[in-house]
Design a binder for this molecule. Sequence first.
Ligand code: AMP
Length: 210
Amino acid sequence: MARTHVVLLGPPGAGKGTQAKQIVDKYGLTHLSTGDILRDEVARATDLGKTAKEFMNRGDLVPDQLIIDMIRGRIEAADAGFLLDGFPRTTAQAEALGRFATIDVVLNIGLARDEVVRRLTSRRVCKGCGEIYNLTFNLAEGETTCAKCGGELYQRDDDKTDVIANRYDIYERSTAPLIDYYKRQGVLRTLDGLAGSEKVFSEIIDILTA
Ligand code: AMP
């Protein structure tokens, strides 16, 4: 595989987490999801977790420097390559990333606001293995256990309707400018998040193996 330093970009709910799992399984990259790392810090009630929780529950971004300090060592340790999921989310984060790593390709999964809202309100996540489900695709109403590991399914606090609107606004304001940022660097590839996850994944395979 030619491209081993990969960034996944896109609004919340576009399918980044779902694609990320499949990509790292296939290519053996290290999956670095800043959202997952932060949720783990919150669950363990670390100092970082306690600080981050306030921002996350409102749907706001955690301050850049905390995120950069949290992720930098993990990126530098990923010898076999990495897949960044949820980072960078601001121009300041992208500039910092550019100072300590090269990026081969940015996979930008696009999805319009109304579809983001629809998907996030119906998203459920497994407490045990992190598998992502959606009531509109692959989960029956009322089902509360994970088909893969039997763990309990839950709705993320920030997937509640009032927080979702804020998350999308922040995406548009702070993260969407990265589309042009990476276009200018010649590494951006855009995928249609409305297509089924299998179609998106097969396009990603084509891009990564090209
Ligand atoms: P995610 O799981 O990627 O949707 O992230 C959940 C929440 O974690 C976000 O709404 C932010 O509050 C926080 N977060 C995750 N990644 C970042 C990042 N790169 N910069 C700032 N905040 C982040």
